[in-house]
Design a binder for this molecule. Structure first.
Ligand SMILES: *[C@@H]1O[C@H](CO)[C@@H](O)[C@H](O)[C@H]1NC(C)=O
Ligand SMILES: *[C@@H]1O[C@H](CO)[C@@H](O)[C@H](O)[C@H]1NC(C)=O
Ligand SMILES: *[C@@H]1O[C@H](CO)[C@@H](O)[C@H](O)[C@H]1NC(C)=O
Ligand SMILES: *[C@@H]1O[C@H](CO)[C@@H](O)[C@H](O)[C@H]1NC(C)=O
Ligand SMILES: *[C@@H]1O[C@H](CO)[C@@H](O)[C@H](O)[C@H]1NC(C)=O
Ligand SMILES: *[C@@H]1O[C@H](CO)[C@@H](O)[C@H](O)[C@H]1NC(C)=O
Length: 503
């Protein structure tokens, strides 16, 4: 390897030892310059959440459908045992710190007693017509220390004003106002672009809606197909593309695009997917197996997205026990996979020292002082114990970028014992991309890697096998050295990152 900028020397007994830099990387230096665009504080907080949850609940729960017609009788809505606290326990089991409730789906039935329509919980027998699911939801979230978000469908198949541009937009805006003033802090608002092919024509006043939202809730993130704060990844499978920039040119954004380097706006994508087949609860459906949920995790969180996982409460008003158990398995698996940082154990330091890559914190990072790696990138090498008895085995590598200062790493390659194991590319088309289920990105360019059984770098053995043996702790690789090569974008003066690898 050509003059590694950094190298991690092995300590006799420790898993990984001390990072040694060929330069005085940890002398006092100012932070790197930001590369615009950078995330807003609410966006950065949102990206660090990694996994958030969706609750699709409403008239469809009682009619066994996904898209209601709008003509449902409100008396059908009677969730006898609704307990939003139980929903929060489901969310926390999955490790989610933000929960989003569908307050009104396309059928127009409102889960709160809106002053602007009769088609709501007020007309239902539930809690004698005095119930408010949105209230119970946000109260339960707060009590459990989870942030709340709301979904309000623009497409409304019930309301007679739908199709009358001014009247309907005013109605919608009034409901936004109700939801964003009556229920405390709302962290995310969801504008769904879904609409039936032959639905009535209707122009939505998105710009006015967005302005209203921001004026009422300053630290909210607005989701829609194209932002402004969070954009749709473009599918409902929970998979992002292998190239996935947080940056886009908003003026010409297309749904589901990979994002572009050197763009004008920071609009990270969100991957929405249900743990079941449908978004709403159906008696005949069950939760996806853990292996599939983990594969989704690697292809969403692992590719620079936030994963929005839907768990539909049933007609009793509870998330099924089996679904909660699955979410608990999922949360535990993610915590276990990233629970042991094999690279940990080096000394810690302040500033921007190389050893900051190993301190397990999001707010510290390494930044090279020189520009010598600017053209060809930088190498970092971690020396682990020799293979053989007592070898250091691992099957995931996580690489992250300190994106508070912008997204700059455009390429990376991982070598295990000198053999190329994996590479990824942030900036060009997904031909040269990693096999599925190997990638894990957090704030930005993070990779989870599954080398072959013998550490040869073959990527044929996926970390998560269909039989879920990985969840039982199956190990796939042992290695002496892990080397990573990262290319910053050429125009950038600085880049920085942190990483961890785990069993
Ligand atoms: C609601 O669910 C929570 C959490 O499962 C539980 O502790 C609580 O007792 C339930 N409340 C009622 C009224 O059943
Ligand atoms: C579209 O319109 C046709 C004819 O009116 C109707 O049969 C069909 O159900 C409609 N499709 C949807 C998705 O509403
Ligand atoms: C919606 O408007 C478009 C363009 O004006 C028109 O072609 C289409 O027929 C309209 N659809 C309905 C359902 O009115
Ligand atoms: C994005 O916008 C920037 C700044 O206006 C421009 O230089 C760049 O060419 C645009 N990129 C694409 C792919 O349109
Ligand atoms: C379950 O039932 C619903 C409604 O009857 C149906 O739309 C859906 O396709 C079924 N799901 C499966 C997995 O068969
Ligand atoms: C809803 O889920 C709860 C918890 O598993 C269960 O006790 C209840 O019977 C379920 N309701 C229906 C209608 O299946």
């Amino acid at each position: 390897m050509a003059s590694p900028l950094l190298c991690l020397a092995a300590a006799a007994l420790a898993v990984v030892a001390v990072l040694v830099s060929t330069t005085e990387a940890w002398r006092a230096t100012p932070p790197p310059l930001p590369v615009l665009p950078i995330p807003s504080a609410p966006q950065l907080k949102w990206q660090c959440r990694e996994v958030i949850m969706f609750f699709h609940f409403g008239m469809n729960t009682f009619t066994d459908s996904e898209w209601g017609t709008g003509s449902e009788d409100p008396s059908l809505f009677r969730p006898a045992g609704l307990n939003a606290t139980q929903w929060m326990d489901a969310a926390r089991a999955a490790g989610a710190s933000l929960v989003i409730l569908v307050a009104k789906h396309h059928d127009g039935f409102c889960l709160w007693p809106s002053e602007y329509t009769a088609h709501s919980v007020r007309a239902s027998p539930w809690r004698g017509g005095r119930g408010d699911v949105v209230r119970e939801f946000v109260d339960a979230a707060r009590a459990r220390g989870v942030d709340a978000g709301l979904y309000l469908s623009p497409w409304d198949r019930h309301d007679e004003r739908y199709g009358e541009e001014v009247a309907y937009n005013e109605y919608y805006e009034a409901q936004l106002h109700e939801l964003l003033t009556g229920y405390g802090s709302v962290s995310e608002i969801w504008f769904d672009g879904a609409k039936g092919k032959n639905a009535t024509n209707m122009t939505y006043h998105f710009q006015e809606w967005f302005q209203t939202v921001k004026q009422l809730q300053r630290s909210i993130n607005i989701f829609s197909d194209d932002g402004p704060d969070v954009r749709w990844v473009g599918d409902e499978k929970g998979y992002a593309g292998t190239t996935c920039w947080s940056t886009v040119n908003r003026s010409m954004i297309t749904i589901g695009e990979a994002g572009i380097e050197k763009a004008t706006h920071w609009v990270p994508p969100e991957c929405d997917v249900s743990i079941r087949t449908g978004w709403f609860w159906h008696k005949n459906e069950t939760a996806k197996p853990l292996s599939q949920l983990l594969e989704i995790y690697y292809n969403s969180v692992g590719r620079n997205c936030v994963l929005l996982l839907n768990a539909p409460p049933n007609s009793t008003g509870l998330v099924e026990d089996a679904d909660i158990a699955r979410l608990r398995e999922f949360g535990a698996a993610v915590a276990t996979i990233f629970g042991t940082d094999l690279a940990a154990g080096s000394e810690r330091g302040a500033g921007f020292a190389a050893r900051n890559v190993l301190d397990g914190r999001d707010d510290t990072y390494w930044a090279p002082t020189g520009e010598d790696g600017r053209r060809n990138g930088y190498w970092i090498e971690l020396r682990l114990r020799r293979p053989g008895p007592g070898a250091q085995a691992f099957n995931v590598v996580r690489i992250q970028e300190h994106v508070a200062l912008g997204q700059r790493v455009e390429r990376h390659a991982v070598y295990v014992d000198g053999a190329p194991a994996f590479h990824g590319d942030s900036s060009i088309a997904p031909q040269s991309v990693p096999p599925p289920n190997l990638v894990a990105t957090r704030e930005s360019a993070e990779e989870a890697h599954a080398p072959g059984k013998d550490g040869s770098g073959e990527t044929t053995a996926p970390f998560i096998s269909k039989d879920e043996s990985a969840a039982a702790g199956g190990l796939r690789a042992a290695a002496a050295r892990v080397q990573m090569h990262l290319n910053p974008r050429l125009a950038a003066r600085w880049w920085c990152w942190s990483w961890s690898s785990t069993l």
